[in-house]
Design a binder for this molecule. Structure first.
Ligand SMILES: NC(=O)c1ccc[n+]([C@@H]2O[C@H](COP(=O)([O-])OP(=O)(O)OC[C@H]3O[C@@H](n4cnc5c(N)ncnc54)[C@H](O)[C@@H]3O)[C@@H](O)[C@H]2O)c1
Length: 253
């Protein structure tokens, strides 16, 4: 059964939201979702063309800063620049990552460290950058994008699955530390989501059929469904939800 009557969250109107990796894929669906709710969204991304294009499409509800999130000093500068323009961030969506495949035999220490920097480290430092402003504003919501890949025991990308398992620990640890300031920290674990990149790289007819058979719900999952869970967790409707792990995978894991 499908419906066009999706959630509307008055508490998100005017809220300042930061989305890392918001230029494309799930991040772009999240950005569009927040703008539709009347929030003020700032994107951090290193895909300048896609970020500028999306911000142009969305008009005054969306701003962006170029940032390679592997560079923590650049991340801190970009968060400060967006906060200066939009006001203190009270919703942070730590979304950016790259699921590049790699054989375990080929991983060097440099590659391992680079994968952690791209898939996990920036999430902690983004939280560290926005938490004081959230505390001063009386609270906030952090949503970290994990993955069901490590839960399912997927192979072929151990540095990615390790980082994604780390998102779980980051979420629960920081939820404890920031709870007294009324900052909620949750994780959303997508299953296989049909972004442009996934469709281009991995979506053979056989793989899509196998995934549908694995899921309880037999439809492929559009990024908008992940965005809807993120909107809920950002809103005041989720006021007592923290340290939670919310799965959006059609029952596939
Ligand atoms: N698509 C899926 O099937 C799926 C499944 C499980 C988890 N996820 C998670 O969902 C999140 C979004 O994934 P997606 O599929 O939309 O990815 P995507 O590759 O389609 O988009 C990622 C975005 O992040 C940006 N980005 C990546 N690394 C960056 C960096 N170092 N600095 C700045 N920007 C950077 C990219 O430019 C891009 O705009 C990720 O955390 C991913 O691990 C996705």
């Amino acid at each position: 059964m499908s419906s066009r009557n999706f959630g509307n969250y008055p508490s998100l109107k005017g809220r300042v939201v930061l989305v890392t990796g918001g230029a494309s894929g799930i991040g772009a669906a999240i950005v569009r979702g927040f703008v539709a709710q009347g929030a003020q969204v700032g994107i951090l991304d290193y895909d300048a063309e896609a970020a500028a294009g999306l911000a142009h499409d969305l008009g005054s509800g969306c701003d962006w800063e170029y940032c390679d999130l592997r560079d923590i000093a650049a991340l801190q500068r970009a968060v400060a620049a967006l906060s200066d323009r939009l006001g203190p961030v009270t919703v942070l969506v730590n979304n950016a990552a790259r699921d590049d495949r790699h054989g375990w035999q080929d991983v060097t220490t440099e590659y391992w460290d680079e994968r952690m920097a791209n898939n996990l480290r920036h999430m902690f430092f983004a939280i560290q950058a926005v938490a004081p402003g959230m505390a001063a504003a009386g609270g906030g919501s952090v949503i970290n994008l994990g993955s069901t890949s490590w839960v399912e025991g997927m192979g072929g990308m151990p540095a990615y699955t390790t980082a994604k398992a780390g998102v779980h620990g980051l979420t629960r640890g920081m939820a404890r530390d920031l709870g007294p300031q009324r900052i909620r920290v949750n994780a959303v674990l997508p299953g296989w989501i049909m972004t442009e990149r996934q469709l281009e790289l991995w979506a053979s007819p056989e793989a899509l059929e196998a995934r549908k058979a694995q899921q309880c719900l037999p439809e492929l999952i559009d990024p908008v469904y992940v965005a809807r869970m993120v909107l809920f967790l950002a809103s005041d409707d989720a006021a007592m939800c923290s340290a939670g792990i919310y799965v959006v995978d059609g029952g596939g894991s």
